[in-house]
Design a protein around this ligand. Structure first.
Ligand SMILES: *Cc1c(COP(=O)(O)O)cnc(C)c1O
Length: 390
């Protein structure tokens, strides 16, 4: 099997696994136990992990609250900020290409009486800063725009978005799951107030993530969504997942060291994949922009080819279409729809997610296999390829 679905999840790096193991067995203390060495040891390990996660995005360690993942962090950021700032207003702005953890959280708030503006991106996937500026109102509490998209890899002009929000006195939440550890992030340069992170998208374990919560200029208040023992400065109660957090810290450490080199390598593989596919078959079109794109992301449509059929024809390559299967029909991805792509084009789109452990040989093999499958599927079309390729 060749794994090219690194936006869905990544393998735990063996170096990360190694660092985690003692915290399951010998060192099993509760980081909140203040009365003995088991607890102190665990707390120290959590503190180190907190510093390593913070270091990767220019944050202070005390601004990092660990969560069960980015879905929880998105919920905590958006619900928590809207609840805490109720006196200011109840308007929130987001974008149609956000992750469901953001969009469905905003929908939930709308049912509870909040008001939402959901911006459409430009056809390249980036948002229009003038449209964002026009959407801000005196009662706007929060803007939520992701750093980089999980389907089309588009990187948003985050520093400009953050500067605009700060100028207008609005909090800026950024779901940075796909960007964290892949491209440089700095919460100061980018003017980010709240930022969601997840370990399993950057070679750490599943079930652990974090919310960055700005402490100064301005201090951001959020209302806790899980009450209990007051862990994580009262923002997120619940016994800490010490092995998971240690793994998240270790994964962040390796990304700090290797990000630049890894990004260059993944870009090389990604560009080779695109050019190889375009040379092998006609009608290969890029979704999103190649200019502001995550290093390991490629999302293309193959004219006249049903993407679900293509995946079935490639049983030993792990890829994704981004489509959601509802009871009877396959719905094209909400991201591709928001770009304004036709139904046919959206249904013929495939996401390639290149990661740390992919090799040049794998990319060559995938080019050959995908091209062969595309040719085979097109040969089965009644009208032939001509009617699809423009
Ligand atoms: C994967 C992902 C999430 C959800 O993260 P979990 O830790 O799996 O809950 C949220 N946002 C984006 C952009 C993602 O890619």
């Amino acid at each position: 099997m060749i794994y090219l679905d690194n936006h869905a999840t990544t393998a735990v790096d063996p170096r990360v696994l190694e660092a985690m193991l003692p915290w399951f067995s010998d060192k099993y203390g509760n980081a909140a136990s203040r009365g003995h060495r088991f607890g102190w040891e665990a707390e120290k390990a959590v503190d180190l992990a907190r510093r390593r996660v913070a270091h990767l995005c220019g944050a202070g360690a005390r601004e990092i609250a660990f969560t069960s993942g980015a879905t929880e962090a998105d919920n905590l950021a958006i619900k928590g900020a809207m609840e805490a700032a109720r006196a200011k207003g109840k308007h929130v702005v987001t974008v149609a290409t956000e992750h469901k953890a953001v969009l469905d959280t905003v929908k939930h708030l709308e049912r509870q009486g909040c008001l939402a503006t959901v911006l459409l991106p430009r056809p390249d996937g980036q948002i229009d800063l003038d449209a964002l500026a026009a959407a801000l109102r005196p009662d706007t509490v929060l803007v939520s725009v992701m750093y980089a998209n999980n389907e089309i890899g588009t990187v948003q002009p985050v520093a400009e978005i953050g500067a605009l929000c700060h100028e207008r006195g609005v909090f800026f939440h950024c779901d940075a799951v796909q960007a964290f550890g892949k491209i440089p992030i700095d919460v100061e340069r980018d003017h980010i107030d709240l930022m969601s992170l997840s370990a399993h998208k950057m070679y750490g374990p599943k079930g652990v993530g974090a919310l960055y919560v700005r402490k100064r200029n301005p201090r951001v208040q959020i209302a806790a969504q899980i009450d209990g023992g007051g862990h994580e400065s009262g923002m997120r109660s619940g016994t800490l997942n010490v092995p998971g957090i240690v793994g998240f810290g270790e994964a962040s450490g390796w990304c700090s060291k290797e990000m630049e080199e890894e990004a260059a390598w993944e870009t090389t593989l990604r560009d080779r994949l695109l050019h190889g596919l375009q040379a092998a078959v006609e009608g290969v079109e890029v979704n999103g922009t190649m200019e502001h794109r995550l290093p390991g992301n490629l999302n293309v449509s193959f004219a006249g080819v049903d993407a679900e059929s293509l995946l079935i024809a490639l049983p030993d390559v792990a890829l994704s279409t981004g489509s959601a299967c509802t009871s009877a029909t396959v719905e094209p991805s909400h991201v591709l729809k928001a770009l304004g792509l036709s139904r046919d084009r959206a249904h013929s789109s495939v996401r390639f997610g290149i990661g740390r452990f992919n090799t040049a040989e794998e990319i060559e093999e995938v080019i050959g296999k995908v091209a062969a499958a595309v040719r085979k599927l097109r040969a089965m079309l009644p009208a032939g390829l001509d009617s699809f390729v423009v």
